[in-house]
Design a protein around this ligand. Structure first.
Ligand code: FES
Ligand SMILES: [Fe+2]
Length: 354
């Protein structure tokens, strides 16, 4: 068995490609091809005539230009330059000026396993078995009692900074009046090969049980603190969290390269306590859910601006002096770093052994 001969640095560490990553929201891919980058892999997403999503390497093998500025013709993607077409498997399927004595070139580009689930496009970039692992999914996305808000995170930093930010609940200090919790105390950490689960004891004002309780979000003076369990999980490569019964947040990761991370933050407000609402017709509950979609987007974006500003500074400090060490008091962070390194090491060793 081959083994990795160096210990990766957590701030420059690659990703385990054999997982399902989120590369776009479903609504972002319409009739036109869309270009995305997942850990240095340039990928074009497009919908076929049935509306199904496909993912190919974003490179025309004819002259190595990108396919994404082209267009979709039936089930094929057509390169903008000379009009060659490629099918969903990545085979060249049509050349507009092919002489009758010529055959179609046998050039093939990489096809990626891709699927739509819970409002997002999930892609498996590795060479391993995509069916051996499942995408994390968002159980509340379709649920009529949960109102979703989505905000994009464009983070000019390594993904380790973002996941550490999300797992260290002591950083509520930064958010001041934006945050839903206070006084987090680390209670318990569980770790396996694929996840780190951390339980904090916290105080929260967030209890959505009356129609006016939503106003606490906007008026700090109305808030009343009560104890709530605050759970955060690094479900490699994504993050999920809950605060009591009413509050769920997820962060879906798309690491772009060593110093850029794209992610989506999804917040769900629960209407579970409004039992009268559950007796209403489904079409009406769906109408309420859809009408309130993105109600908390502004709040999420406010949090993201504050977090990203810190991560920019952390990345800059690392670039200037990679050897300077941090003083870490939160035990969860060591576990997160351990998981990042072990997932990457595992994927490199699989590659060496194949
Ligand atoms: S470069 Fe794509 S068709 Fe020529
Ligand atoms: Fe934050």
């Amino acid at each position: 068995m081959g083994q990795l001969e160096y210990k990766p640095n957590v701030r420059t560490c690659g990703i385990n490609l054999n997982h399902w990553y989120v590369v776009a929201r479903s609504v972002e891919v319409k009739d036109q091809p869309v270009s995305v980058t997942l850990w240095h892999n340039e990928i074009v997403l497009f919908r076929d005539s049935q509306g199904n999503i496909n993912a190919l390497e974003d490179r025309c093998p004819h002259r190595q230009v990108k396919l994404s500025p082209g267009k979709v013709v039936d089930d094929n993607i057509e390169c903008a330059y000379h009009g060659w077409q490629f099918d969903k498997e990545g085979n060249c399927s049509f050349v507009p000026y092919l002489d009758e004595r010529q055959k179609l070139p046998r050039c093939k580009i990489k096809r990626y396993p891709v699927q739509e689930l819970d409002g997002f496009i999930w892609l498996f970039p590795g060479d391993g078995d995509s069916e051996a692992v499942s995408p994390m999914g968002l159980p509340e996305w379709e649920h009529l009692n949960y109102i979703a808000s989505v905000a994009e995170v464009d983070c000019p930093g390594h993904y380790s900074y973002l996941i550490e930010n999300l797992m260290d609940m002591h950083h509520g200090h930064l958010h001041d009046n934006y945050q839903a919790w206070a006084s987090a105390t680390l209670n318990k950490i569980d770790m396996s090969d694929t996840r780190v689960d951390v339980l904090y004891d916290a105080q929260s004002y967030y209890r959505i049980d009356k129609i006016w309780s939503i106003s606490q979000l906007f008026f700090p003076s109305l808030r009343k603190l009560h104890p709530e369990p605050l759970r955060v999980s690094y479900v490699y490569p994504h993050w999920s969290s809950s605060l009591g019964q009413d509050f769920r947040i997820y962060c879906l990761f798309c690491p772009v390269n060593e110093t850029t991370t794209k992610a989506y933050l999804i917040h769900f407000t629960s209407l579970e306590s409004f039992w009268r609402l559950h007796k209403l017709p489904v079409w009406f509950r769906r109408f309420i859910k859809d009408s309130l979609f993105n109600a908390a987007k502004g709040l999420l974006e406010g949090l993201i601006v504050q977090d990203v500003e810190m991560i920019i500074q952390e990345q800059k400090a690392f670039n200037e002096n990679p050897l300077r060490r941090n003083y870490e008091l939160n035990r969860a962070i060591a576990k997160v770093q351990q998981l990042i390194i072990s997932q990457f090491t595992q994927s490199m060793e699989q590659k060496i052994n194949n």
